[in-house]
Every structure is written in structure tokens, then in C-alpha cells.
Design a binder for this molecule. Structure first.
Ligand code: ATP
Ligand code: MG
Length: 140
């Protein structure tokens, strides 16, 4: 096991319903520590850049519109195997397929409005953290 960092985001469907605290409690309950956090509203350009890997996917334009529709809370999480542990507590992308007790099973509205984002590899975590945070904002 290795101490890792991952990028987490609480999406606009969740900030709109005022459930950021409930989601953070789940993350902390899974052994993840919030070592950086901020609430921001993305411009279209910021969302397009973050989700560039998905730009050929049919849901890309809708995803950018959704992610700019309201505030998001972005976090750097640290813990043992943080990338995998975070993906586990998030649950499957489609909440109908998410395991009981996961964030998406409890809180997500549908496959797009699925409450949270988490990096899918240590390599992408490093890229996403650098995109979203200044080193000085990470205060583990
Ligand atoms: P995330 O990257 O947000 O952590 P993920 O890795 O589980 O989620 P991805 O395949 O990377 O899923 O898709 C990124 C996001 O795009 C999803 O979280 C969801 O909000 C949206 N999305 C994915 N698939 C679909 C789809 N079929 N229809 C609509 N939106 C989708
Ligand atoms: Mg993803």
C-alpha cells in the first residue's frame, strides 16, 4: 500500500442540494483526508479543458454544460491507495449500478448528475491536481 493523492470534485447537482457535508463525511469515513479544498464556479473553457479526454464522446457538450451550471467543490484527498479507495466509495458511474452505501448509490440523480468526480489513475490524479490547485493551496 502506498500513500497517494487523488482529485475529487463534488458536482453541481450535489452543491445545489446542499449535501457537500454528507459527501465529505463519506470520503472521510473511507479513510481519505481532505488536504486541499475550494468551492468554485467553472467557466466553459475550464470545464472543456478538464474533460478534454472525453471530447469525442456523445455526452461531452452536455457534461460541460452541467459542470458549469453551478458551483463545484474540488478537493485533493490523501490516503492509502487514495485513487482506488475514492473510486470505491464513489460507486459506479451509473448510480443504478452503484453498490449500496456508495456516494453515487445514495446521492446521484442519474448517470450524468452523479454527484462526484474522482481521478481514475495515479497518473491522471497528478495531472488533475496540477490543473486545479496551486502547490501552496495543498496543506496536508
Ligand atoms: P468521473 O470522471 O466524473 O469521476 P467516471 O470516471 O465514473 O466519472 P467517466 O467515464 O470518466 O466516468 O465520465 C465522466 C462523467 O461524464 C461522468 O461522471 C458523468 O457525469 C458523465 N457521463 C459519463 N457517461 C455518460 C453517459 N453515458 N451519459 C451522460 N453522461 C455521462
Ligand atoms: Mg472519469
Amino acid at each position: 500500500m502506498a500513500l497517494e493523492r487523488t482529485l475529487s470534485m463534488i458536482k453541481p447537482d450535489a452543491t445545489a442540494r446542499n449535501i457537500t457535508g454528507a459527501i465529505i463525511a463519506k470520503l472521510e469515513g473511507a479513510g481519505l483526508r481532505v488536504i486541499a479544498q475550494k468551492r468554485v464556479k467553472w467557466s466553459e473553457a475550464q470545464a472543456q479543458k478538464f474533460y478534454e479526454v472525453h471530447k469525442e464522446r456523445p455526452f461531452y457538450n452536455d457534461l460541460v454544460a452541467f459542470m458549469t451550471s453551478g458551483p463545484i467543490v474540488m478537493q485533493v484527498l490523501e490516503g492509502e491507495d487514495a485513487v482506488a479507495r475514492n473510486r470505491e466509495v464513489m460507486g459506479a458511474t451509473n448510480p443504478q449500478e452503484a453498490d449500496e452505501g456508495t456516494i453515487r448509490a445514495e446521492f446521484a440523480e442519474n448517470i450524468e448528475r452523479n454527484s462526484v468526480h474522482g481521478s481514475d489513475s495515479a497518473e491522471n490524479a497528478a495531472i488533475e491536481i496540477a490543473l486545479c490547485f496551486d502547490e501552496s493551496e495543498i496543506v496536508g
